[in-house]
Design a protein around this ligand. Structure first.
Ligand code: 4NP
Length: 187
């Protein structure tokens, strides 16, 4: 059984995200739950952002926060491919299963759909700012902007060895903890 579940939308329970119930002639209904929607973005969507997606699904689940979590790449070179084997292995060491994930390129509709567009490095941010309409630019950040680390970049491990992927997992985890803290404070 996968510890982090399927790629697409999962609804986790959190009372803080429940809209208030309201009364009508036919009874009391809870309004639809407003989920936080987060898109992690890197260059190829086979290393950093799928690792972020898988780890965030687990951490948000553990934190009890309802979230729609997805990932995408700036480029389309790896469209439809599974995550890089080294990313799969490094993630599995922290009990995150990336086997169901497939790469996809970011689409214009993603800027409407997601509340947080979370990039890995400065190049991703520059590319995203060029794609986003002005009304959506404020949604773009780097994951490590949610931390107090001096170095806010999660650099591409693609051309390195296995150690680089383990280091990416560790930095992602710090960033995701910061993102969860930020969301809790905001809600
Ligand atoms: P990612 O790593 O952006 O973390 O998925 C990369 C994977 C592949 C390529 C670049 C970056 N590539 O050029 O094929």
């Amino acid at each position: 059984m996968s510890p982090c579940g399927a790629k697409y939308t999962r609804v986790f329970n959190i009372t803080a995200r429940l809209a208030p119930a309201f009364a009508t002639q036919s009874g009391i209904f809870a309004m639809a739950e407003a989920k936080i929607a987060i898109l992690f973005v890197c260059l190829g969507n086979i290393c950093r952002s799928p690792m972020a997606e898988g780890l965030a699904r687990m951490r948000f689940d553990q934190a009890g926060i309802a979230a729609e979590i997805d990932s995408a790449g700036i480029g389309n070179w790896h469209e439809g491919e599974p995550a890089d084997r080294r990313a799969v292995n490094a993630s599995w060491k922290v009990l995150v299963d990336l086997s169901a994930l497939r790469a996809r390129q970011i689409q214009n509709s993603d800027f409407e759909r997601f509340e947080y567009i979370v990039a890995m490095d400065n190049d991703n941010v520059t590319a995203l700012e060029g794609l986003a309409g002005t009304e959506h630019v404020a949604k773009i950040s780097r994951l490590l902007d949610f931390t107090n680390l001096a170095d806010r970049q999660i650099t591409d491990p693609y051309y390195g060895g296995h150690d680089g992927f383990d280091q990416v997992v560790a930095r992602l985890d710090i960033g995701i903890a910061g993102l969860i803290r930020h969301i809790k404070e905001k809600n």
